[in-house]
Write a protein that binds this ligand. Structure first.
Ligand code: CP
Length: 311
């Protein structure tokens, strides 16, 4: 693997999932592969799971890790040809090349603005680092994608599924804030690569990018969509057509134990209790969110390992 900025960077998905599950059994079996190599993690936004699991994954492979909260550093300019006479102190052209001298791999988290659809879709931050850095790039959640989360999700489904073709439903849920589309986008893309009966349910107005959802079934009736599901993945996202807006906070879309039935409950976390999902679900044995979060380490570890093997 040359980089991991999108799911299509995985060459053999099934094999990669199996390898991640094997790594989980013995996380230290490749503890020399990253010796004398450094992962630099750049955070433009907050994180709990991605930060700690990716750091743990790198250390399991023997890597050194440096973490930079970019907001504590110089404010970076990403546009070409700008006269930098306002508040941006350094251009990504220099920053990416400089960081590449300290890093063998650069991992980046940079959320969307949710105000400028075109700019967010252009993935300016991630693409700029891909363009100017001289080492491989890993996406730790960008404006439109969260491929490390999606890999952990699919590992979790593979571990827990009891039928060869489980029914998986992605359900929108209410949230007071406008949230990105990245987790939903990457989960959808991942499901399109898997042997699953997959559908999406959300209120009207929350249609995601049709270039991502393609011809996947969308049901505007949540209760009907969730019937006989094996896995229910719940996530809020803001409107894509009315870009970045909260067009409905309909509390009826909160996931309840009754709606979940016997399905497994999935969520990337963090999650707002009794807004997105009721306590009775999160505190039940049907919730697999902790296992999902644990699998973030092994998703990151298999990705880092494959990139190190290639370089
Ligand atoms: N799921 C996830 O990416 O969690 P963090 O935002 O805490 O990293």
């Amino acid at each position: 693997m040359k980089k991991y900025t999108e799911i299509s960077d995985i060459i053999q998905l099934s094999k990669t999932i199996e390898e991640a599950i094997e790594l989980k059994k013995n996380p230290f079996q490749f503890s020399d592969i990253g010796k004398h190599k450094t992962l630099v993690m750049l955070f433009f936004n907050s994180s709990l799971r991605t930060r700690l699991s990716t750091e743990k994954a790198a250390k399991n492979l023997g890597m050194d890790v440096s973490i930079l909260n970019v907001n504590d550093a110089w404010d970076l300019e990403f546009e070409d040809g700008t006269i930098m006479n306002v508040n941006k102190s350094e251009h990504v052209k220099e920053a990416a090349q400089v960081i590449s001298q300290y890093a063998d791999l650069i991992a980046i988290r940079a959320f969307p603005s949710l105000t400028d659809k075109e700019k967010d879709n252009s993935e300016l931050v991630l693409k700029s680092f891909e363009k100017y850095a001289t080492v491989p790039i890993v996406n730790m959640e960008s404006a439109t994608a969260h491929p490390l989360q999606a890999l952990a999700d699919v590992i979790t489904i593979k571990e827990l599924k009891s039928t060869s073709k489980p029914k998986v439903v992605l359900s929108w849920a209410p949230h007071p804030n406008a949230l990105p589309h990245a987790v939903a986008n990457s989960f959808i893309e991942m499901m399109q690569n898997l042997e699953v009966d997959f559908s999406i349910t959300h209120p009207k107005g929350y249609e995601l990018d049709s270039n991502i959802t393609k011809n996947i079934e969308i049901n505007y009736n949540q209760e009907e969509a969730l019937k006989n599901a094996d896995f229910v993945y719940v996530k809020n996202w803001s409107s894509y057509s009315d870009y970045g807006k909260v067009v409905s906070e309909d509390r009826n879309w909160m996931l309840t134990k009754e709606k979940l039935g016997s399905a497994k409950f999935m969520h990337c976390l963090p999650v707002r209790r009794n807004i997105v999902v009721e306590d009775a679900v999160l505190d039940s044995e049907n919730s697999v969110v902790i296992q999902q979060a644990n699998n973030r380490t092994f998703a990151a570890q298999i990705v880092l390992k494959k990139i190190l093997e290639n370089s």
